[in-house]
Design a protein. Structure first.
Length: 359
């Protein structure tokens, strides 16, 4: 392709609307926009770039079936989403979640293989239907086009970090041992029961009494009884607490950046990976329930010296932050350069990937 008017590769980012899935796909897109990568692919003259992530919400019988059995993926989309799937096709398609897999395959076919299709998480269909499949190591899936990751492809852009530093600069002035407590919630495999919360509250009470400064943040899945309990707890011991925008701007990133250790419930690969991204000593808090895949993830973090199980005591240690996103983004750049060799004399200066919604 010629450079004339080039703004770089056109990218479509898609998910099934689940927050964790959308975050992973968007994270990879934003990581590609870092200058050290952008100078390698900015010469690509892509068409039809979409600055906003696409949310796909298929309805009917097909989404209830394994992805490989969908007979007409476009037919189960609302009209406005169906209309997205027309040329010109993007240079790069990034999608996350099982329900987006049929659309990843559709894009690859409809573009005649011109679009580099990257699917995140187990597509539950033949792996060679995609150019690259990014799957957590704990899923245990292998293949020639499979990239296994420890945890999730977490990423926080430099400008996002700067914004958090400005918005929550007061956190840096807080003295003492600062601990972020990241609460997940109910899922298919785990439950945040009253009993679990009672035990966790007792442990946090002792930690607070020993002088730790607690910063507690809820997720979308945190049940109401847990929100009520830990809000009351925070008021009692003087901990910071955030549940929703009613409590002000979301301090999640600032808590990660400006804390000395983390207590994270065991139910979320994304939350555990976020803490590991900043090199925080991770104390994994148990919930009720069990998942073989999550057990593999927990073991991987413990074996690498990033985490230990929370036993009521919080400690500090150091390790190299987990930045799996770099491996993924670098591999995508490598594949794009194979398809679109950069002219030796050109030095692209702009980036269109930074405009994806921030986490």
């Amino acid at each position: 392709m010629s450079k004339s008017g080039a703004l770089g590769p056109s990218v479509w980012v898609a998910s099934d609307g689940r927050a964790g899935h959308a975050a992973q796909a968007t994270a990879i897109a934003r990581a590609l926009g870092e200058m050290n990568r952008w100078v390698q692919i900015g010469h690509i003259n892509g068409e039809a770039h979409k600055a906003k992530p696409i949310e796909l919400t298929p309805k009917g019988l097909q989404p209830l079936l394994p992805s490989r059995m969908w007979w007409s993926p476009l037919s189960c989309l609302p009209k406005d989403q169906k209309e997205i799937f027309q040329p010109p096709w993007p240079t790069l398609w990034l999608a996350a979640g099982r329900k987006t897999a049929p659309y990843s395959r559709y894009i690859k076919s409809a573009s005649g293989g011109d679009t580099l299709t990257v699917h995140i998480m187990n597509p539950q269909m033949p792996l060679d239907d995609f150019d690259l499949v990014v799957i957590p190591e704990h899923d245990g899936i292998e293949g020639d086009n499979v990239m296994q990751l420890v945890g999730s492809p977490t990423y926080f852009a430099p400008d996002t970090i700067e914004d958090a530093e400005l918005a929550f600069g007061d956190l840096m002035d807080e003295r003492g041992f600062k601990v972020v407590v990241i609460l997940g919630g109910d899922s298919k495999t785990h439950k945040m029961t009253e009993a679990v919360c009672k035990d966790l509250e007792a442990q946090l009470t002792q930690i607070s009494a020993d002088g730790a400064k607690l910063r507690i943040v809820c997720s979308r899945r945190t049940p109401t009884h847990a929100r009520v309990r830990f809000r009351a707890f925070s008021e009692r011991v003087g901990a910071r607490f955030w549940e929703s925008t009613a409590d002000g701007a979301n301090p999640y990133l600032a808590y990660l950046m400006m804390s000395d250790a983390a207590i994270v419930t065991e139910d979320s690969s994304n939350m555990l990976s976020d803490a590991a991204y900043f090199g925080l000593p991770i104390h994994i808090a148990k919930l009720e329930g069990h998942s073989g895949k999550f057990t593999k993830l927990h073991n991987a973090l413990v074996e690498r010296g990033m985490a230990k199980w929370f036993d009521g005591e919080v400690s500090r240690w150091k390790y190299t932050p987990l930045r799996e996103i770099d491996r993924v983004a670098d591999e995508i750049v490598r594949r794009l350069k194979e398809r679109y060799p950069p002219p030796a004399y050109e030095r692209p200066t702009g980036s269109r990937l930074g405009d994806f919604d921030r986490r």
